[in-house]
Design a protein around this ligand. Structure first.
Ligand code: SIN
Ligand code: CO
Length: 398
C-alpha cells in the first residue's frame, strides 16, 4: 500500500539530492513512490474534515468574478453533498497525526532529520480543482497518490510575491510559469521555499503534501526567552535602592534606572546555560498543536503487560500524534534526553541507542528495545510512553 522507501531517479541519491537540490532547486521525482495506494478513501477524508479537532479547508473556484473562495472546517456532511462536480478542493492538515497509516509514509523521509518534518496535508480535488498560484515559506514534497495533477512552477530567482487583494487566500498577482509537469500516481515534486506553483487537478485526484518545518526566529526567540524566564526568574519585584532621595522632577526617570534594571535582568537570565537550552529545544520541537492530542489507554497498563505485549507483537506501532526526538549527552556525566510531545525524560548517558530504538518510525521493534528492558528506568520509560498514548494498543490502526 505505502512504499517502504523513496526511489531516486538514476544518478541521484539522498546525499546528491541534499547537495544539489535541497532548499535550492525544485526537482521532479517520477515514480519515486511507484505503486503507492492511499490507505484512506476520499469519503474518509471528508469524514475527518467534519471532526472538530481537525483543521480543514474547502477551496472553490467560481470563475473570473470570485476566484478561489475558501471555507474552513469543521464541516457538516451536507456541505459535501452541495458541492459542484468540478473546481473544488478539500484540504486536510496534519492527517499524519490523525491517521497512523498515513504517518507511516514519513519513515520514507529519513534522509532528513525528523525534527524538520511538519505534517502531511492531504488534498482531494475534483477536475479543475486548485488552490491557485501561490508560494509557500517551507519546503514541500508533493506526492501524487491518486489521479493526475498538472503542476506549473516558476523557477526564476526572486519571483514577484505580491498577492491579489480582497481574498482570504494568498494568491499570486503575477504568475509566470516556466516549467509544466503532469504528475500521476507515485510521482513526487520537490519544491524549496518561495517557488511559485500552481497545481490543477486533471480529473479527480488526491495529493499528499509532506511539509517541512522551518521555525521562525521570532517564534524561537520568544519561546526560549519565556522558558528561561519560567525556569530562572522567581516572584521577586523591583525595590528602590536604600539611598533613594526625593526626585527633582517627579516625571523624570532616574538616570541610573535603565542600567540598574537591565543589570538585574541580565543577572537573572545569566543562569540560562546550554543545559537549559538543550532541554527547551527538545521540548519546543516535540510540542504538538493544541488541537492534536494523544489518547492514553484507560486504564493504564502495568509495566509487565506492556513488555509482554511487545514480546507478543514483536513491535509497537507509533500513534500519529506522537512526536519523539532524542538528544545524546554531550559528556559521559551528562544525561541523554528523550523528548515526547513537549516533555523531557532524562536518562544517564549511555542510553542513546535505547532512545533511538524507542523513536524509530513507524514502529519500535522488540528486537531493538527488549535487550534494554531489564533495566528498570528503561522499562519504566517505555511504560510511561505507552500509557501516555504514544503507541497503538492492539486492534487500533493496524
Ligand atoms: C493541493 O494539494 O491542492 C495544494 C498543495 C500546494 O500547492 O501546496
Ligand atoms: Co503550495
Amino acid at each position: 500500500m505505502l512504499p517502504r522507501r523513496l526511489h531516486w531517479p538514476a544518478g541521484l541519491d539522498a546525499s546528491r539530492f541534499l547537495a544539489d537540490y535541497w532548499q535550492r532547486r525544485p526537482l521532479l521525482l517520477p515514480g519515486a513512490f511507484a505503486g503507492i495506494g492511499s490507505p484512506m478513501e476520499p469519503d474518509e477524508l471528508a469524514g475527518l474534515a467534519c471532526e472538530p479537532e481537525v483543521e480543514a479547508r474547502i477551496v472553490q473556484e467560481h470563475g473570473a468574478q470570485r476566484p478561489w473562495q475558501v471555507s474552513h472546517g469543521p464541516f457538516d456532511e451536507s456541505v459535501f453533498a452541495a458541492l459542484p462536480e468540478t473546481h473544488w478542493t478539500l484540504l486536510v492538515q496534519d492527517v499524519d497525526k490523525h491517521v497512523p497509516a498515513v504517518a507511516a509514509l514519513l519513515a520514507c523521509f529519513d534522509f532528513l532529520p525528523e525534527w524538520r518534518l511538519d505534517d502531511i496535508m492531504v488534498s482531494w480535488a475534483e477536475d479543475g480543482g486548485s488552490v491557485g498560484p501561490h508560494l509557500d515559506q517551507y519546503d514541500v514534497f508533493l506526492v501524487q497518490v491518486q489521479g493526475w495533477r498538472r503542476w506549473r512552477i516558476d523557477t526564476r530567482p526572486s519571483p514577484p510575491a505580491d498577492c491579489l487583494p480582497d481574498l482570504d487566500l494568498r494568491i499570486l498577482k503575477h504568475f509566470q510559469p516556466d516549467a509544466d509537469w503532469l504528475l500521476g500516481p507515485g510521482d513526487v515534486l520537490y519544491l524549496p521555499p518561495g517557488v511559485p506553483h500552481w497545481g490543477i487537478a486533471e480529473g479527480p485526484c488526491m495529493t499528499w503534501s509532506v511539509g517541512l518545518r522551518a521555525p521562525a526566529w521570532r517564534e524561537l526567540a520568544a519561546d526560549w526567552l519565556q522558558y528561561a524566564v519560567d525556569a530562572l526568574v522567581g516572584d521577586g519585584r523591583w525595590r528602590d535602592p536604600p539611598d533613594t532621595a526625593p526626585p527633582s522632577e517627579p516625571a523624570a526617570l532616574p538616570m541610573t534606572l535603565p542600567q540598574a534594571m537591565r543589570a538585574h535582568i541580565d543577572q537573572l537570565l545569566a543562569g540560562a546555560d546550554d543545559t537549559h537550552f538543550r532541554r527547551w529545544l527538545g521540548c519546543y520541537l516535540t510540542e504538538s498543536k493544541p488541537n492534536i492530542a494523544l489518547l492514553p489507554p484507560d486504564p493504564p497498563w502495568p509495566r509487565a503487560e506492556v513488555v509482554a505485549l511487545l514480546r507478543a507483537e514483536g513491535r509497537l506501532l507509533r500513534d500519529g500524534a506522537s512526536r519523539l526526538l532524542f538528544l545524546r549527552a554531550v559528556t559521559a556525566d551528562a544525561e541523554d534526553l528523550l523528548f515526547a510531545n513537549g516533555d523531557c525524560h532524562p536518562l544517564p548517558a549511555g542510553h542513546a541507542d535505547f532512545l533511538a530504538a524507542l523513536c524509530r518510525r513507524p514502529a519500535l521493534t522488540a528486537e531493538a528495545v527488549l535487550p534494554w528492558l531489564d533495566a528498570a528506568p528503561c522499562a519504566d520509560l517505555l511504560t510511561h510512553l505507552f500509557n501516555a498514548g504514544h503507541f497503538l494498543t492492539p486492534g487500533v490502526g493496524d
